[in-house]
Write a protein that binds this ligand. Sequence first.
Ligand code: CA
Length: 227
Amino acid sequence: MNKVLLVEDEEKLARFIELELTHEGYAVDKAFDGRAGLEAAESGGYDLILLDIMLPGLSGLEVLRRLRKSSQVPVIILTARDAVMDKVTGLDTGADDYITKPFSIEELLARIRAALRKQSVDAEKDSGRLSCADLLMDVYRHRVSRDGREIELTGREFALLQYFLENKTIVLTREQLLQKVWGYQYMGETNVVDVYIRYLRGKIDDGFDLKLLHTVRGVGYVLREEP
Ligand code: CA
């Protein structure tokens, strides 16, 4: 269960967010001022922090500044409408995202999911180990396996698969792939991507019931466990 710390001095709003997050399966702790928030955040143990900017005691930005000296926990700041400088300063200070009040709970939940997903991908990246279902990549040792069996990839196939693994579940266009994996500016010729997708599929998906590399018609390709 993901643990969220909510630092928000408007108690009614805090209570509402807490109820919604609890309903979605998060464990929520609340703090109502900057100092209590910083203390709780520094104690660690949270997967994500929702941090209001306008707080009594210490401002949210000051909390963030101090917290970032010791922690890289994902932080989403809650800012007032039109407080453009707060957003800019917040992101510069190390916030992962911001959401503007008033917000819908659906938007907040989507941003929380995105921040947590990014965090888990970053953690995987740092370890050099990427995965999708039973497909595993060890970036540092330049090895790939599926269901425990080693797969031989060329350099380009490896780079292509790595990019897919780093962007798991995200639909990638041919232009994006060409630019990121081949380093070309898009010049209208994207067939090479299709050719390499075919090579890669032949190596990672052929012979498996669960296909990982999917075509999204008219858009591009995506690596994910669901069809
Ligand atoms: Ca406030």
